[in-house]
Ligand binder design. Sequence first.
Ligand code: ITT
Length: 200
Amino acid sequence: MILLLGTGNPGKIRELRAILEPIPGLQLATRDDTPFPDIPEVGSTFAENAILKARGIASATGVAVLAEDSGLCVRALRGAPGVRSARYAGSPTDHRANTERLLRELTGVTDRAARFVSVAVLRFEDGREVLRAGVLAGRIARRPTGSGGFGYDPVFVPDGFTQTLAELPPETKNELSHRVRAVNPLRGVLRQELDARASR
Ligand code: ITT
């Protein structure tokens, strides 16, 4: 079975591959293999945007799709940047500028609590959809450190840790991230689907 990773973000592709590649019989495809258009993210929630991406990409390609919408919600900013995380400092996405803006907005703010949220939607060719969400709680550092990961990782310290996600090994991020928490339950759904297809 071919599953198209419905994202243009190379950081997400790396992490989704690491989460899904151990599933036997599942062949992962990306935008390079099966081109799809950019889907306007006009929803006001992560779930709405994840569904928009899954449906838009599925209808453009006709294959099974895993789409994901995610972002950073900062308590002192009343949930911002939220669904606007990718383009917080403007379009096109500039991760460094986004992080700089975030630190600027938090200048002098002592409440650094934040959470990453991910909503993943698995959509099969026949239109069946399964949606799962994952959250990672943490806090925003005073300055960026580390070179791993992507996006806001250099300023995000997960609860229970002292290093940012960009300093921690990728394996550690992939054990606790919002993305792995959303996508892991979909592994079981995919295994069931593969078994059902094999016995047909
Ligand atoms: P696609 O829509 O093509 O998947 P995107 O990067 O535009 O790519 P989103 O609209 O879901 O994806 O925006 C996610 C943004 O949230 C991302 O660009 C980062 O700024 C931030 N983000 C999400 N997950 C993150 C993570 O694990 N580490 C750091 N930043 C993350």
